[in-house]
Design a protein around this ligand. Sequence first.
Ligand SMILES: NC(=O)c1ccc[n+]([C@@H]2O[C@H](COP(=O)([O-])OP(=O)(O)OC[C@H]3O[C@@H](n4cnc5c(N)ncnc54)[C@H](OP(=O)(O)O)[C@@H]3O)[C@@H](O)[C@H]2O)c1
Length: 429
Amino acid sequence: MRIAVLGLGTVGRHVVEALDSERELFRSRLGEELEVTRILVRDREKERPAGLDGRITYDPSAILADPSIEIVVELLGGLEPARTLIEQALRAGKSVVTANKEVIARSGPALSRSATPGADLLFEAAVAGGIPIIRSLQESLAGNRLEAIYGIVNGTTNYILSRMQQGGGGFADALDEARRLGYAEADPSDDLDAVDAVRKIAILASLAFGGWVDVDAVAKEGIRGITEDDMAEAKRLGGVIKLIARAEATQDGLSLGVSPTLIPLGHPLADVPGAQNAVYVRGEPIGELLFQGPGAGGPATSSAVIGDIIDAARSRRTGGRSVDLPREPAPLVPLGQHAHAYYLRLRLRNETGALALVAQAFASAGIGLSSVRQPMSASGESIVSLVTAPTRRGQLDEARLRLRRSPTLLAEESLILAELEPMDAPSAR
Ligand SMILES: NC(=O)c1ccc[n+]([C@@H]2O[C@H](COP(=O)([O-])OP(=O)(O)OC[C@H]3O[C@@H](n4cnc5c(N)ncnc54)[C@H](OP(=O)(O)O)[C@@H]3O)[C@@H](O)[C@H]2O)c1
């Protein structure tokens, strides 16, 4: 069976290498050989690995118009031209395997509808790299009523937070280290600002709960503001800070968000180290599950891509697998409807009555405080860290606005969720 690979970067290189070198293994699994006959790249000056001569092309139509190619593997990244090429391949009756979360989160259902019958759209590698979570949700767990998904789905931010937590310096040092080790891209904004994690939880939630999630409707908070002091406070409060992507089925609809979150020690997500990913799933009758492993990198991601290629190849010979993607929009809970406890760290002018002013701002917004600490006070400034009682985001923002109007507040330095699950969101079950 002939395959074309679009892109020969971090992931594409590993996929082509594995398909070339493990031909016999895959033939024995499939009963047929998989052969990469075309590889699309862009840069004519770049040096390519040996052994690819004659297969490299710069022209997508050399692939799309070739009827002998049955599977197209999209590993370009970015929205365009990836989205259009996937659509053209599916319309031409080719099955498509992609690792592109941006395209799937934005256009998954439309693309899957554009496919000619018998052509599959598979995207296991789009969420959590090598962890087989997509197929688990679509197939193995299809007999469950799922209640909640909590994921550490971005390796870059988990590396940075884990390093800070282990006393490896502040945010800037940890980011530098992540870059040096190849865990962070030259422009890591999508990772640090939670854009990447939003795309991934939107895909997971769409598969788990039915209804397609609009990525633009998911609340997000990144990790740029987290400091070593927050890590120390988290430890004192008995937890660690992780960037958590969250989806819960509640009686009011689907509640979604990505934010730095205080995870109590002992919870399985508290122990996910370095650049690893993990997805915690809870449902009935299965109970709790934790998927954990390498969420990125060429080898791990190629594992998921090749699994999809073999699946696509099998289904072309047996008459199609085609798991349909939800068409209707998911019913989302309006932002801020559910109450959470929040942790805040404030920098205040060191003056009499400063703490009273903070307490007053929260009390006026109807918010109780379950912990207030003033870990540092020096030369005109003091730091106050506090944890609120469960409160709705609207109330919290009212208190923050009051504080911001006062000259006593110099800066609000951190805002994180102080507990994983909302306090007032009855499960849909
Ligand atoms: N890297 C990971 O660990 C990882 C993990 C999970 C998922 N993914 C996803 O996998 C996909 C690929 O990521 P990557 O890290 O392998 O990307 P990458 O290293 O940047 O490689 C991209 C490849 O696509 C080619 N390309 C880009 N635009 C093109 C265009 N317009 N026409 C022709 N060729 C083009 C590039 O060509 P040149 O070689 O000519 O520049 C390059 O070979 C992305 O969707 C990413 O989100 C990556």
